[in-house]
Design a protein around this ligand. Structure first.
Ligand SMILES: NC(=O)c1ccc[n+]([C@@H]2O[C@H](COP(=O)([O-])OP(=O)(O)OC[C@H]3O[C@@H](n4cnc5c(N)ncnc54)[C@H](OP(=O)(O)O)[C@@H]3O)[C@@H](O)[C@H]2O)c1
Length: 275
């Protein structure tokens, strides 16, 4: 069964929750199957604009008859939110989907007081436009149907992929979680370099963004490997070859490796601190 027949409650109706809800409604999930709770009136008003969903301030009411609960609050408040919900959901044992960065399955289960079925996800910012990349990890108590339900929900905001061990979510954080910022940095750096070469600031920024979008679209087509795409725009002795040689001389690949290792290490540290 897909998530279309299940009652889904979102605890926290912020940016990420609203993106997922919008995507679900767009996929045809009936609004009356979706509940969202948040202390902020403004958030709830924005959520209500998405479609005919149930919105309320009380988390316990929102989850009271949900079969799937999506925890979409900030990591800092996750402990108190989950501990408060524990007695409300103890007997029904719904599947819990957490999108909070750095909050482990073990922490959620500890706050709930039992080894509940938990799916932990790591989405990224482009999810806000439906162009996200989300990795998911399922705890042992999660059934195949619940896994499928979780995948249906998260696919409302982009591609979904499962990882076999929870630790791999730290690697995902270093790659796709933090990754949008790496591309933003490159876009910024290219736009600044274009300005130094005499281009107007707006023109340089527009060309830089359009180039990133075009290259990503070509890479996403998937029928030609990315390395081959790069070779095809690199004529021997040409301008691209000159630029790529400068990247290589500057240790570009090593720098990317070092940067992602730093993000990976920080993700592991944060997970420990949050736990
Ligand atoms: N945005 C991203 O790109 C991204 C990427 C990966 C993972 N995530 C994860 O997604 C989660 C949500 O992020 P977001 O960007 O959507 O944050 P957000 O816009 O700040 O949404 C969180 C919402 O939770 C509400 N909230 C606070 N305390 C609450 C409580 N006790 N009960 C119910 N709701 C409560 C907040 O209300 P107030 O504003 O009134 O406090 C806010 O509306 C975070 O855990 C984050 O780690 C986000």
């Amino acid at each position: 069964m897909s998530e279309q027949g299940k009652r889904v409650a979102f605890v926290g109706a912020g940016n990420m929750a609203r993106s997922i809800i919008g995507g679900m409604l767009g996929k045809g999930v009936p609004g009356h199957h979706i509940c969202a709770s948040d202390p902020s009136d403004d958030c709830l008003k924005e959520a209500e604009l998405l479609g005919p969903i149930h919105c309320m301030q009380d988390n316990a009411s929102a989850v009271s008859n949900a079969e799937i609960i999506v925890l979409a609050v900030k990591p800092q408040v996750m402990g108190s939110v989950v501990s408060e919900l524990a007695p409300v959901i103890a007997e029904r044992c719904p599947v819990i989907i957490s999108i909070a960065a750095g909050i482990t399955v073990a922490s959620i289960q500890e706050w709930l007081g039992h080894a509940a079925p938990v799916v932990r996800c790591m989405p990224n910012t482009p999810a806000l436009l439906g162009a996200g990349a989300t990795a998911l990890f399922a705890s042992t108590a999660v059934t195949a149907v619940q896994q499928s339900n979780a995948e249906d929900i998260m696919s409302a905001i982009g591609i979904t992929r499962w990882v076999e061990t929870e630790l791999l979510l730290d690697a995902v954080t270093a790659l796709s979680g933090s990754g949008p910022a790496y591309f933003f940095l490159l876009i910024e750096a290219m736009a600044e370099a274009g300005e130094k070469l005499g281009l107007d600031a707006d023109l340089s920024r527009e060309l830089s963004i359009a180039t990133a979008r075009g290259a990503a679209l070509m890479a996403a087509e998937g029928d030609v490997p990315v390395a081959e795409l790069r070779r095809r725009v690199t004529s021997p002795g040409g301008t691209t070859a000159a630029a790529l040689a400068a990247f290589s001389d500057g240790g570009f690949e090593d720098l990317v490796d070092t940067a992602m290792s730093a993000a990976h290490q920080r993700a592991a540290e944060l997970a420990q601190e949050m736990g």
